[in-house]
Ligand binder design. Structure first.
Ligand code: NCD
Length: 307
């Protein structure tokens, strides 16, 4: 039976702004001082919490950073990243998989394609669950680490124009990031070929937060006015036909037209849409995002495990 007091984090709206501030404060402490203040270091190691990592979709950064974060905190981890080797390949339903895993673990991290995943989790889970990405819908922890990384460079109040570029229709990272940044007075420009553009429902959702929304199909239309540029790869796994080369790559020439204090984000993996010749430009913070993933996820794990 699901417990409504559990700290599930299945979408960015599951966290209140003061909770996000608490998590960011703790993530900064871990980054600056290390993990020795983790509450689990004070405990008997035999009682170390176990975090289960259940990845039904491919992952490099998200899975390994959750694993690293849990272990740095003094937790232990179990899990899988190849569902073909689990009972889901035999037809086991998520409901049963959750009920089984929570007999072993104190918290679950789940990545899965099916969009009913948050609903199933809320209905059956009796241990806290963090979403590591649901299909093309939400990726809350990526958005948290994105915003944490932006804040290391710039006060959020100075960010007036956020540009999302690429396969937007299928980008869970973009949906979560924009939801987290949306506020009165901010402008979002969504730049994508028509087939990859966001739908009216999302436009309305973001406008309801008081944000301005513009749609473009060419990055050249906005590049000179960008504060934050978020680049998204073609989400091949969500297309029946090959979606590659539907939009032009961002490279050092594109960077030469951006403002000096612009910030460029990419959740990775990149597949040609962001040239490595931009990596040494200080405006690119893509590897800061990778590093911060561990601190933010550690803070979040500690927070859900100590509720
Ligand atoms: C993202 C994802 O899985 O949605 N990757 C990640 O978590 N670092 C972005 C992507 O795959 O394009």
């Amino acid at each position: 039976m699901s417990d409504t007091n559990l700290r599930h984090v299945l979408g960015v709206k599951d966290l209140a702004s003061n909770e996000i501030e608490t998590i960011f404060y703790r993530a900064r402490e871990f980054k600056e001082k290390g993990f020795s203040s983790s509450v689990f270091y004070q405990q008997d190691p035999a009682k170390a919490p176990i975090v289960a990592l259940a990845f039904f979709e491919p992952s490099t950064r998200t899975k390994l950073s959750f694993d690293t974060a849990a272990q740095r905190l003094g937790c232990k981890t179990i899990g899988f990243d190849n569902p073909a080797s689990t009972s889901s390949a035999k037809g086991e339903q998520l409901e049963d998989t959750i009920k089984v895993i929570e007999q072993y673990a104190d918290a679950l991290v789940i990545r899965r394609k099916e969009h009913d995943t948050p609903e199933v989790i809320k209905r059956v889970a009796s241990k806290p669950v963090i979403s590591a990405g649901v299909g093309s819908q939400e990726h809350p922890t990526q958005a948290l680490l994105d915003v944490f990384t932006i804040k290391e460079r710039r006060d959020l109040e100075t960010i007036d124009h956020v540009v999302s570029y690429g396969d937007l229709a299928n980008s869970r990272t973009m949906f979560s990031q924009v939801r987290l940044l949306a506020r009165e007075g901010i402008t979002f420009s969504f730049v994508a070929p028509k087939q990859m553009q966001i739908n009216d429902e999302f436009v309305d959702e973001i406008k309801a937060e008081g944000a301005q929304v513009n749609l473009f199909d060419r990055i050249d239309d906005v590049i000179e006015d960008v504060d934050v540029l978020h680049i998204i790869r073609p989400q091949k796994e969500r297309w029946d036909s090959d979606p590659t080369e539907m939009y032009s790559a961002i490279n050092i020439d594109t960077f030469s037209r951006m403002k000096d204090d612009a910030i460029v984000l990419h959740a990775l993996p990149r597949t040609g849409e962001l040239s490595p010749d931009t990596d040494d430009d200080p405006r690119s913070i893509i590897f800061d995002q990778v590093a911060n993933g561990v601190f933010v996820r550690a803070a979040l794990l500690e927070w859900i495990l100590t509720a």
